[in-house]
Design a protein around this ligand. Structure first.
Ligand code: NAD
Length: 382
């Protein structure tokens, strides 16, 4: 079986899906790996390292796509790249199917078996494969570094002959994987940190990292069976915003990470709330890709509004490309260990991981909700 590693073409992307040390281990298990020339360069992995690991370098993406049995990527392929994939090949990537419906149709038409990594179940067995968690960890860390760089103030308290400098105050909104890493990083830099989340379950985790949890009286149910937040009703949403606004008044930095599964990110910082922040403050909106938690965020851009810097960059994990690629690659290795049997990729419908993640297979869209949505769209267009 030939696994192909393509260069990522998305603007601002520097990561690579498989790194040389993973490739070496995969080859020992009996697969061949082809890597597009230069695929790891922006993450710090030279072509020679891939060759030394046993990979074959392929200069032309078209030749790579036509030869491989399994393509591994971070972002979904473009429509043209999907067309270039060999009939019957497989694809593993972050697919975000609802946003990439034209690509999905083409993948199904080319009889590609597509495995969407964002659909991995959050179970103990899938934890080591969970690219959402590993990349959120990288993004949460990077958000604090980016904020510290943009802020014209020290993070730690400093006692110097030139006077005592108060520590920076950081507010983290959303204390999931990215938020908790942001709290830990800001604490390590010496900031005073407060955090808010609708899930009361995170209160202890926040406290254990040395941050203060901001409580708001929210009536439930606030959490899904899978541990994700639910959308708040109007009254609870207003209370959540009020709690955030109180903490925002004294914050130098606000890092927002609040997400809801399969929905636009909740709008938690209004333009008016930003206007009342201290000039020179910094907001890093990690939810920018899902519409943003701040009303003023412009996805993909760093802007200044009312004197507040609002950072809406889309792929913050790609800014720590070396380690983020290593983590992604480790996750993929675990997944491929699970899916490859006797040197062949096997999609077993009775296996929860395959069942949950498979989006196209045998020339069809097998994700029922997505298929229904596409049929409805097609009918509406008639
Ligand atoms: P996420 O990225 O979906 O959301 C980020 C955070 O935003 C969450 O903590 C969520 O509660 C919060 N949020 C949503 N709406 C909000 C609002 N209106 N105001 C404030 N905060 C809001 O979540 P995630 O980081 O992927 O993690 C979700 C849960 O899944 C966590 O409990 C995490 O520990 C768990 N998890 C489990 C596994 C596993 O078992 N394999 C892996 C990763 C995460």
């Amino acid at each position: 079986m030939i696994i192909g590693v393509a260069a990522e073409t998305c603007a601002g992307e520097r990561r690579v899906a498989l790194v040389p040390e993973s490739i070496q281990r995969l080859i020992r298990k009996g697969v061949e790996v082809y890597v597009q020339t230069g695929a790891g360069a922006a993450a710090g992995f030279a072509d020679e390292e891939f060759s030394r690991a046993g990979a074959q370098l392929v200069a032309s993406p078209q030749a790579l796509f036509g030869a491989l049995d399994l393509m591994v990527k971070i972002h979904p392929p473009s429509c043209e790249d999907a067309e270039a994939l060999r009939q019957g090949a497989s694809l593993v990537c972050l697919l975000y199917a609802r946003r990439n419906q034209d690509v999905i149709r083409r993948l199904a038409a080319r009889n590609v078996s597509t495995f969407a990594l964002e659909k991995l179940p959050r179970t103990t067995i899938a934890q080591a494969m969970d690219v959402l968690s590993s990349q959120s960890t990288a993004a949460g860390y990077r958000a604090v570094i980016v904020a510290a760089h943009a802020l014209a103030k020290f993070f730690p308290m400093l006692m110097t002959p030139a006077g005592t400098i108060a520590p920076a105050r950081v507010l983290v909104v959303g204390a999931g994987v990215a938020g908790l890493q942001a709290i830990a990083t800001a604490r390590r830099l010496g900031a005073v940190v407060e955090a808010f989340d609708v899930r009361p379950a995170v209160r202890e985790e926040v406290a254990s990292l040395g941050a203060k949890f901001i409580a708001a009286e929210l009536e439930g149910p606030l959490e899904t069976a899978e541990g994700y937040a639910r959308e708040l009703g109007d009254a609870a949403h207003a209370r959540a915003r009020a709690a955030i606004e109180r903490a925002l008044a004294s914050a130098d930095v606000c890092i927002t990470t609040a997400l809801l599964p399969d929905q636009r990110a909740p709008l938690l910082l209004t333009a008016d709330m930003v206007r009342r922040m201290r000039p020179g403050s910094v907001i890093v909106d990690l939810a920018a890709e899902q519409g943003g938690n701040c009303q003023l965020t412009q996805p993909g851009k760093d802007i200044v509004h009312y004197g507040v810097t609002i950072i809406g960059r889309l792929h913050l994990a790609a800014e720590v490309a070396l380690d983020a690629s290593r983590m992604y690659s480790r996750n993929l290795e675990k997944l491929l260990d699970h899916l490859i049997r006797d040197g062949v990729l096997r999609f077993d419908a009775s296996d929860e991981i395959s069942h949950r993640c498979l989006v196209t297979h045998n020339g069809r869209i097998v994700d029922e909700e997505l298929r229904r949505r596409l049929e409805e769209r097609a009918e509406a267009a008639c």
